[in-house]
Design a protein around this ligand. Structure first.
Ligand code: NAP
Ligand code: ZN
Length: 352
């Protein structure tokens, strides 16, 4: 074990503060990474504030962060993919059983024995896993990703969650040329969804509650922008979408979007609001529409997404902050006051 610097939430209502945590020394198949940037996902806020207490109660102290990029500092003797000095990234998972049908299919995110990057039982420390708001992390090489050298690192960090969470369902539902695709909520996930839908060649429509994001949405690659609170604007698109990705973190009306789907159209939810949302079944019966969910993406697909971003020069639009501003940033995430992701410059942790 060695000591690492970190920022942790001591409780659901207390601000995050500097602390020291224990990490395992790299084992044979482990990669140790000096963390350079870590994105702030709305999930970090939900988890740090124990807003998912019914599904994933938070164990304190909680060190969030699952959008991690950095440089390899040490590798175990059996590591093949990485050497010290390489760029490397870690997303939402750090382990899984590798033997179940889900793992064999490359869908580690559905493994019943997966280990999330933070707030999950950690068999090495007997505590919980600690995430990327830290100066280093040690992860089995299977869960470490390669980062294309041409990408801006602060903007690449959010690809590890916001990127894969929007890329994966778009690939699954065959988003591409000739398809009309909607993205609901222009936040961290949503703005990546717009970039991917556009890069995949779809006609891309953004649904937003924020009139001041209209110009940005067009710059990000949207063909059209709809103010979702305007019923007339919404009605113009009734029955016309092949696919809609909903990335909203709060309570909202799903049926308004189901009604916009064409025959066999699909609405996929990636946003994870605290409370259940009602779905009117009749909206699904007519036109054989479907409603589903999606959780991040598997490791192979995450690498595919990063390589796709390397080829198309896609990164997240970020506001880079020092770790000392993390509490202010959380409040701004909740107010949808970020364009479009905070990325923490982890060098700032050296001052603690
Ligand atoms: P975010 O940056 O806060 O974006 C959420 C967006 O939703 C906001 O920018 C806003 O967009 C819209 N919104 C917020 N409040 C709203 C309301 N009351 N009604 C309607 N729209 C509202 O959050 P994020 O980091 O992208 O995460 C989004 C959600 O996805 C979170 O719940 C997060 O936990 C979840 N998530 C899920 C997965 C997964 O694997 N499924 C992975 C990562 C995150 P406009 O201003 O454009 O309306
Ligand atoms: Zn996330």
């Amino acid at each position: 074990m060695y000591k690492a610097k970190a920022y942790a939430a001591p409780g659901a209502t207390s601000p995050l503060a500097a602390t020291t945590i224990e990490r395992r020394d790299p084992k044979e198949t482990d990669v140790q990474i000096e963390i350079l940037f870590c994105g702030i996902c709305h999930s970090d806020v939900h988890q740090a504030r124990n807003e998912w207490s019914g599904v994933m109660p938070t164990v304190y102290p909680c060190v969030p962060g699952h959008e991690i990029v950095g440089r390899v500092t040490k590798v175990g003797s059996a590591v093949k993919k990485f050497k010290p000095g390489d760029l490397a990234a870690v997303g939402c998972m750090v382990d899984s059983d590798r033997t179940c049908p889900e793992c064999k299919a490359g869908l580690e995110q559905f493994c019943p024995n997966f280990v999330l990057t933070y707030n999950f039982p950690d068999k090495d420390t007997g505590k919980v896993t600690y995430g990327g708001y830290s100066d280093s992390i040690v992860v089995d090489e299977h869960f470490v990703l390669r980062v294309p050298e041409n990408l801006n690192l602060a903007g690449a960090a959010p690809l590890l969650c916001a990127g894969i969470t929007t890329y994966s369902p778009m690939k699954h539902w065959r988003v591409g040329k000739g398809k009309k695709v909607g993205v609901v909520g222009l936040g961290g996930l949503g703005h990546m969804g717009v970039k991917f839908a556009h890069a995949l060649g779809a006609h891309t429509v953004v649904f937003t509650t924020s009139p001041n994001k209209k110009d940005d949405a067009l710059k990000l690659g949207a063909d059209e922008v709809v103010m979702s609170k305007d019923a007339n604007e919404m009605n113009k698109h009734a029955g016309s979408f092949d696919f809609i990705l909903d990335a909203v973190a709060a309570e909202h009306d799903l049926n308004a979007y189901i009604n916009l789907l064409a025959r066999d159209g699909n609405l996929t939810m990636v946003g994870a609001p605290e409370k259940p949302l009602p779905v009117a079944v009749f909206g699904l019966l007519f036109r054989r529409r479907s409603f589903s969910g999606s959780l991040i993406g598997g490791i192979a697909e995450t690498q595919e997404m990063l390589d796709f971003c390397g080829e198309h020069n896609i990164t997240s639009d970020v506001e880079v902050i020092p770790i000392q501003k993390v509490n202010e940033a959380y409040d701004r995430v909740v107010k949808s006051d970020v364009k479009y992701r905070f990325s923490i410059d982890m060098a700032s942790l050296k001052a603690e």
